[in-house]
Design a protein around this ligand. Sequence first.
Ligand SMILES: Cc1ncc(COP(=O)(O)O)c(C=O)c1O
Length: 384
Amino acid sequence: MKKKLRSKNKFIPVNVPRIFKEEKVNVKDCMDTGWISSEGSYVKKFESKFAKYNKRSYAIAVSSGTAALEIAIKSLSLKRGDEIIIPTFSIISTVLCVIKFGLKPVLVDSNLNTWNMDVDEVIKKITNRTKAIIVTHIYGFPVDMRKILNIARKRRIRIVEDAAEMIGQTYYNKKCGSFGDISTFSFYANKHITTGEGGMILTNEKKLYQKCKSLRNLCFGDGKNRFNHDDIGWNYRMTNLQAAVGCGQLKNISWIIKRKREIGRRYMSLLRKSKKIHIQPYKLKYSTNIFWVYGVLLKKGIGISRDRVVKKLMNSNIQTRNFFFPMHKQKIFKKMKVFSKNKRFNNADLLSQNGFYLPSGLGISNSEIDYVGKTLLQVLENNI
Ligand SMILES: Cc1ncc(COP(=O)(O)O)c(C=O)c1O
């Protein structure tokens, strides 16, 4: 007999952020002193603390992770038609920052073990026209990037490291975001630390730093006439209010990472019983899972579709989010003929059709995790 699912009244959102005391104190300080725009001391403080935390020389705080990617790519001064290698299984920002400057995005498929871009395929797709690789870390583990970094060094290919989902994560004990010539982060409300909306760029190269700082701020002239601009830039500044929140969050980063791993382990211990799903391991040789989100991949032929599982969870007041929809299938890029129709990306297709993630924000309680895990097991076992 099919069991009826227990339904709780309390809705469990896919993400609930955690705000600490410091953020409120800092934001009140901005309000009380009137320093609410980007011209405030918290922006510089947040930049220097974030650079120090990641052991990088320079940091530029911006308005989002998408803005960080656009500025980072533009700062590299590449030529129209230059190729940039990116994963197809990612957020659309990864393509936008390439095509907006007339550069050519070259897609690679995913690795089914880590769900990250496939490193061997990255190497295969390098040509004489490849000028940069956006190493994008997805969900829990960093890209196993040694080979990529080696070849990039030899062939003078720029590495843009997108560490939006990996704040505080390490690769062979070194911080993610400290490997790229230039690295980017997001502080959207579902990231390990948040400023509501926001982003950061890190680099060790002074020239890139200066260019990024200028691009963030409309490329105001630095000579006699501030309003005679040096280049085409943006207003992608972060406000003092956002940075005030960021400073408070960063103070708690050790606790945040520890709690994220606890959330991941708790889900793991419940869900590893099911033979119907793939879940990620806790550790790989180069890294411990940081569980930006807790991803679940349904196995083939289990008799229930991803859409049905997700709907059943929603009926039990559990919100989930489907995995990324790959770039080679985006309707806008088909219309614009950005990618060739004939290329296949079977692993990314499989992930995007069968994967979703569970509520994984820092605001979730252990009893909610248990409810979500047990409800998912029930849905899978009963095929209801
Ligand atoms: C890998 C990756 N890069 C970039 C971004 C864009 O960040 P934002 O939403 O702050 O623009 C995201 C957002 O989730 C992301 O996951």
